[in-house]
Design a protein around this ligand. Structure first.
Ligand code: LLP
Length: 424
């Protein structure tokens, strides 16, 4: 993944030990070239079909990252008014933004209509509320219906989103009647169907299954005289977090092979043309970023612990999904892994474990532990738990570095808090 020199890890042409000294730790480091290449590999593979790639902003909403993706031609999947604002300020055009979400307030709906973006409608209740909001604003809004396709990917249950029991979308069997209702509602223009079946999917056959189901719905609508403009199949393509997964992790090309034959065959049969929309998050940003962290203590107890300065406040994935991230001692990359360690964070919870039972070179206080593949759902899911200001982020490119988010300070913990006058 990276060049190694002087026993140091290099990333984006930069010695990460120097980066840690210059910017402090913990520190998220993103490689611009990797980011551009990841996006381009989607674009290239889907070039033969009319496809738009809507980057899933929830994976990593840093503005510099959004700007880079905007310059590559990305659209955006946003899940809140906040993500919509970020996306707009990064310069992604409204016609390439889909406002998703299963619980949108009237203010969210208003913001979506006023911004002129499309809305993925998650329930019939929302559909009626959106029509009322659009009426009030005297504007038409384009919508997609979010489908719950009842497809089961083999992923952690917390990141499967298209199961029958999942909270997202309108049940498969009610989609046609929801579409029919939308046709009758004022200021609603139904233009698409949308689904997203889950995340970190390594077996692409479920994407074929989801495409089949979505295209069956398109056929059902076609038979009822309802023609659409696009089908959005969501994101979900997995990446290789473990070295062993490198060989099996699917690429955008594998995704295209799973989706396109099914998609194109049905369009051909029906004599229609639809735009394909995809919403990748993790597969665009996951491998672009590392998290640098300093070792504060090494303890030989019932287990060998390495206590670092980044915990689930900055990377919650290991705790929340039992997710695996490779860890590397960045200042000892050429040393032999000789000891078994459990790498833990600084948070006051036993569950704050970043990496369990890993063979590493002998670790000492002051060493630099680097957590790999931390670009997706890393910083974006961070918190200030235990009174820890969030860390800085930098962008590296061909040996150059830019700060893309300042480290928070203790001031940021206090800023919005108010002490009632009677206590002062
Ligand atoms: N579209 C929709 C509607 C989604 O809900 C998501 C992710 C995506 C696209 C992007 O999926 P991706 O390509 O990144 O798999 N925090 C979890 C993942 C949650 C995914 C939520 N939805 C994790 O760290 O594994």
């Amino acid at each position: 993944m990276a060049k190694e020199e002087n026993n140091h890890l290099f990333f984006g042409g930069m010695d990460v030990v120097e980066l840690a000294e210059r910017y402090g730790t913990p520190l998220y480091v993103t490689d611009e070239n990797k980011l551009r290449n990841n996006f381009k590999s989607y674009k290239n593979v889907f070039e033969t079909t009319d496809t738009d790639i809507y980057y899933a902003v929830k994976a990593n909403g840093n503005l510099a990252i959004l700007k880079i993706l905007a310059s590559e031609g990305a659209g955006a999947d946003v899940f809140s008014a906040g993500e919509l604002e970020l996306t707009k300020s990064a310069g992604i055009p409204a016609e390439k933004i889909l406002f998703n979400g299963n619980s949108k307030s009237d203010d969210d709906l208003k913001e979506a209509v006023e911004s002129g973006v499309r809305v993925s409608v998650d329930s019939v209740d929302e559909l009626r509320a959106l029509s009322a909001v659009a009426n009030e604003l005297r504007r038409e809004v384009e919508i997609a219906i979010r489908v719950n396709p009842d497809v089961s990917p083999e992923v952690h249950p917390k990141i499967a989103t298209g199961l029958k029991e999942s909270k997202f979308g309108i049940p498969f069997y009610e989609v046609i009647s929801a579409c029919e209702e939308s046709k009758k509602l004022p200021n609603i223009a139904l233009t698409g169907l949308h689904c997203h079946i889950g995340s970190q999917i390594l077996n692409v056959s479920v994407f074929s299954e989801a495409t089949e189901k979505m295209m069956d719905l398109i056929e059902g609508l076609h038979e009822n005289g309802i023609e659409l403009k696009f089908v959005d199949l969501g994101g979900g393509l997995g990446i290789s977090y473990r070295k062993e997964e490198k060989k099996i992790a699917p690429t955008p090309k594998d995704l295209a092979k799973a989706i396109l034959p099914v998609f194109e065959k049905k369009m051909h049969e029906l004599g229609i043309n639809l735009k394909l929309v995809l919403e990748p998050g993790r597969s665009i940003v996951g491998a672009t970023t590392i998290l640098l962290s300093r070792v504060n203590a090494v303890k030989q107890a019932y287990k060998n612990f390495v206590a670092i300065d980044a915990g689930f406040n900055l990377l919650i994935r290991p705790v929340m999904y039992d997710a695996y991230h490779e860890v590397v001692v960045a200042n000892k990359v050429n040393e032999r892994a000789s000891e078994l360690y459990t790498v833990v964070g600084p948070i006051c919870e036993s569950g704050d474990i970043i990496a369990k039972d890993r063979m590493l070179p002998e670790v000492e206080r002051g060493d630099l532990v680097t957590i790999l593949d931390a670009g997706a759902y890393g910083f974006s899911m961070s918190s200030q738990y235990n009174g820890r200001p969030r860390c800085a982020e930098v962008l590296v490119c061909d040996g150059k570095v830019d700060l893309i988010r300042s480290r928070e300070s203790v001031e940021d913990l206090i800023r919005n808090q108010k002490i009632p006058a009677r206590f002062i």
